[in-house]
Design a protein around this ligand. Structure first.
Ligand code: PMP
Length: 306
């Protein structure tokens, strides 16, 4: 990743100088929390989509991991994201804030170290490949089980949660698929390695309940857009064979956006192409992030030219 400037603990520094010492407990024990946010080009200039919700989730993730306070408030970190985008001169980019444990914490006690915060931004186009949006992806049900919420805190974006996703994703791609769908410890569908999952049956759009998964901000956005289109939207437990029998399956995430799943475990989903409801939701999502949907105005933070 080529970053001109990275924001580190309140200051912008050249990207090449943003180095972490080898002896950083965050790296050894995964004691860090992060966010993935996107900034889009709009008619009124670059705007960050749902910035407040992402930074609030960052604070909540930190609290779930055990930090009692962070050195920067939600407002300060929102402004820091905007400052980093301005400094790097991007119109569209991905934004990655990371809170990491350093200066102590070797005894596995978060209270004995300090929280430092960095923010990087870089241009990142299609997370699941250029053709995924139109043609859909091929997925497998992973041989790896998603974390149990009493083992890892699935609703927090903790760095140490992600080897679970790396195991599943690497296996999936080596098997020739694009993405892995993970089941929970009861064998029910939970989510993908970096995205939430939905099924469509008739006029109903269903997604697994929030308890076991990362409560995605795109998931919530898409549920809102679907409801406003008059679709019936619900959270329900979903079994592996319900995936196979769905009319449409799609995944959602900030990086992935809204991506159809055209095949699961060698079974064609629907007609093997992006279904009509998936397409409508994709279009509405695109319009929302680009400021073309009046109801989405409250979701955009314009990167002012200060
Ligand atoms: N699940 C997992 C495991 C993820 O890493 C992500 C990406 N943050 C998501 C779901 C989607 O969340 P969001 O829509 O907030 O990006």
């Amino acid at each position: 990743m080529d970053c001109k400037y990275i924001w580190m603990n309140g200051k912008l520094i050249p990207g090449t100088e943003a180095q972490m010492p080898f002896l950083t407990p965050a790296v050894h024990y995964g004691m860090a929390v992060f966010e993935g946010i996107r900034c889009y080009r709009t008619a009124k200039g670059p705007a960050v989509f749902r910035l407040r919700e992402h930074i609030e989730r960052l604070h909540r993730s930190a609290a779930v991991l055990g930090w009692r306070e962070l050195p920067f408030t939600v407002g300060q970190l929102m402004e820091a994201c905007q400052e980093t985008i301005r400094a790097n001169g991007h119109e569209e980019c991905y934004i990655r804030p990371l809170v990491f444990l350093t200066n102590g914490g070797w005894n596995l006690n978060i209270d004995t170290g300090q929280a430092h915060v960095g923010i990087a931004v870089w241009p990142w186009k299609a997370y699941l490949g250029a053709k995924a949006e139109e043609q859909g992806v091929r997925a497998n049900v992973s041989s790896f089980t998603r974390h149990h919420p009493n083992v890892m805190m699935t609703k927090a974006k903790i760095a140490g949660n992600y080897p679970n996703s790396v195991l599943a994703k690497t296996e999936s791609v080596r098997l020739g698929f694009d993405e892995a769908i993970m089941l929970d410890t009861q064998g029910l569908v939970s989510e993908c390695t970096g995205a939430n999952i939905f099924i469509v049956k008739g006029n109903q759009v269903m997604t697994p309940p929030a308890a076991q998964i990362l409560d995605g901000i795109t998931r919530e956005t898409v549920m809102t857009l679907a409801r406003e289109m008059g679709l019936t939207v619900g959270e329900q437990t979903i079994s592996r064979d319900q995936l196979y029998m769905a009319n449409e399956v799609f995944v959602t995430g900030t990086a992935a956006e809204v991506i159809p799943v055209r095949e699961i475990d060698f079974r064609t989903i629907g007609n093997g192409r992006a279904g009509p409801i998936t397409q409508k939701l994709q279009q509405a999502y695109h319009a929302a992030v680009r400021g073309e949907l009046p109801r989405a105005a409250e979701w955009l933070s314009y990167v002012s030219s200060r």
